[in-house]
Design a protein around this ligand. Sequence first.
Ligand code: BDR
Ligand code: CA
Length: 327
Amino acid sequence: MQSITPSTEPDDRLFVIDCDTGIDDALALGYMLARHGDRLVAVTTVFGNVSVAQATINTLDLLAVAGRPDISVHTGAATSLDGAFAGTAHRVHGTNGFGGVALPTSARQPSAESAPAAIVRLAHEYSGRLVIIAVGPPTNLAIALSMDPSIATLIDEVVVMGGAVQHAGNATPVAEANIWHDPEAAQRVFASAMRVRMVPLDATMRQRLTAADAAQLQASSSATARLIGEALDHYLGFYEDVFGLQECALHDPLAVAVAVGDESVLHEARSPITVELANGPSRGATIVDLRRAYHGPVAVEGARNRVVLRTEDDFGSRLVAALLTLP
Ligand code: BDR
Ligand code: CA
């Protein structure tokens, strides 16, 4: 098994989180703020778990509770590129995207600059240093690329939470939700000249939180951790109803932890990622070439895309510890 441990090299990378906030998006934002909040230069929002308007409200409110109202929030795409989907996933994330828990309302408005425009500007401003962590449908990135194709080589890396390689899908039998919600955008991102790392369900379904973790967050002295802990009750209920699990998976926060280099990657493949775009039962599937996996770590010649298949166990405890340090 190939193991990639976090680098100890000096790291001057800066980050944008592109999200459809969302309970596990909130976990991702909370983790980033707790561990590397000084390197989060903007948050961009997108439709998905909720409408883009609700995702933007949730993001502004959460940043305010966490004491970071200075981080700019940019509203992005309201629908998939084909216009067919505008959200939502109420059953998973509740009608407000935060498990029905009311966040204190922030008076702040999002930036007048759109999410794709912000991505283009920041890619130029921080050339070679910017990492985009896309934990919703990757529509904003696809639009940004069409606005200015030169960003493909200016952005250091894109980390996409999405896809299912050897794991079943969660939106359809084969498709994961972020890719299913905009397969055309995902395909454009994977096929672009950008360095893209995908963190699929294969890796994220292995990392979990329990009701005891939620209770610990709810009992903490951190207002942010308490609110996230309360929202987790809904998320845990969904996992129990649908998957029969007593735990919930940590999709978006794992993508952030991998992108920032906090978590060791135990198994990764280098392969082109192709998204099935046909309107059949496989639409939204992510195809990765693992045919040579029995020989050892897969590295398809010339492949730019990387696929994280497994990370170190017990990320959940490190996530909880990080969230407890928030205001
Ligand atoms: C992804 O879909 C959304 O519901 C989650 O926020 C996560 O980004 C998991 O499939
Ligand atoms: Ca998400």
